[in-house]
Design a protein around this ligand. Structure first.
Ligand code: PMP
Length: 324
């Protein structure tokens, strides 16, 4: 679906998936003035289709827009765009029984044609919809995570808290390095002291302690404010875990893993929901987290969140919005 900002966000069009026309001098191609979001549409057993806390994505997109000098799309228009594309692609929303979903990717970019460095006055907003298979077709697989000691993803005053393409561009080389070292994902440390955990390239990070606490890095301005993160903190508190948002010093976390004080770690985001972390790897060695598999708290939180999303248990926090 395609929307252009000309006297408001009217003019929405549902168009077949295909190439977009863009000037070679379009600002986005040179200066990366672009932001995006990622959500899923879930079919419930009665055939209805829902999405999860979309207003949080709409608000985050507005914060990203402000940081990237792009116009803020009103929340109602963001929600309307999700309903419109999902209605158009209704046959593509997988069955309720499948653990699959329709992935929705709203994005906005600067399309004005010029070569000087300034904010573009012309922007396009699109939503791509694409069926997404189950993230773990062979059961939940723990991640091996490479701790990047060389590259940072975001610095103070930078765009780390915004969901913009540039942040992902700066993570790609570190991801390649992780792959060369046999790891699935990369863990970024803060750029200032290079000592405390920020996040993975597309997920927030959590640790469960033997004494019943759930630890996660506090939002410092360089971490994406994950919708899954916020929801997990709520579900964990409901379960009686003590939720602690604080600076997590990497060296201290590794010592706690060694001493068995941290028993589980996991990463969380829209795509995987929750992905256990089985091993941390760095130039100096490797650390198995707990038993190296999927911990009990990790799997229980994952089950509860997906049960809410697929409508299998009551939505007690009112997190679901009906799309069709
Ligand atoms: N951090 C980064 C860098 C991400 O790209 C994502 C995925 N959007 C997340 C965290 C998790 O955010 P959410 O739970 O909103 O998907």
């Amino acid at each position: 679906a395609r929307w252009t900002l000309e006297d408001g966000w009217g003019g929405a069009e549902i168009v077949p998936f295909g190439p977009v026309e863009l000037s070679p001098a379009a600002a986005v191609l040179h200066y990366g003035q672009e932001i995006f979001e990622g959500l899923k549409a879930f079919r419930h057993a009665d055939g209805s289709v829902w999405t999860f806390r979309p207003e949080r994505n709409a608000e985050r997109m507005q914060r990203s827009a402000r940081r990237l000098a792009l116009p803020e799309l009103p929340v109602e228009d963001f929600l309307g765009s999700l309903s419109a594309i999902t209605a158009a692609d209704e046959p593509w929303v997988p069955e309720a029984t499948s653990e699959e979903s329709l992935y929705l990717r709203p994005f906005m970019f600067a399309s004005e044609e010029f070569l000087g460095v300034r904010a573009s006055h012309c922007v396009d907003y699109y939503v791509i919809a694409s069926p997404a298979g189950p993230y773990f077709p062979r059961g939940v697989q723990p991640l091996v995570v490479w701790i990047s000691d060389e590259y940072a993803r975001a610095g103070a005053g930078g765009t780390g808290a915004a969901k913009c393409g540039g942040n992902y561009a700066s993570s790609l080389l570190a991801k390649e390095e992780a792959a060369e070292n046999g790891a699935d994902e990369v863990m970024f440390l803060d750029s200032e002291t290079h000592s405390s955990i920020d996040e993975l390239s597309g997920m927030n990070v959590f640790a469960v302690t033997a004494d019943g606490r759930l630890l996660t890095p506090s939002l410092t301005g360089s971490i994406l404010e994950g919708v899954t993160r916020e929801s997990i903190l709520r579900l964990a508190a409901d379960r009686g875990l003590e939720v602690v948002e604080q600076q997590l010093v990497m060296g201290e976390v590794l010592r706690q893993v060694d001493r068995g004080e941290i028993t589980e770690m996991f990463a969380a985001g829209t795509a995987a929901v929750i992905n256990p972390i089985g091993e941390l790897r760095a130039r100096g060695g490797s650390w198995t987290v707990g038993e190296g598999g999927s911990g009990e708290v990790t799997l229980a939180l994952r089950r509860e969140l997906t049960d809410i999303q697929y409508g299998r248990i009551p939505d007690r926090h009112g997190w679901l919005t009906r799309l069709i």
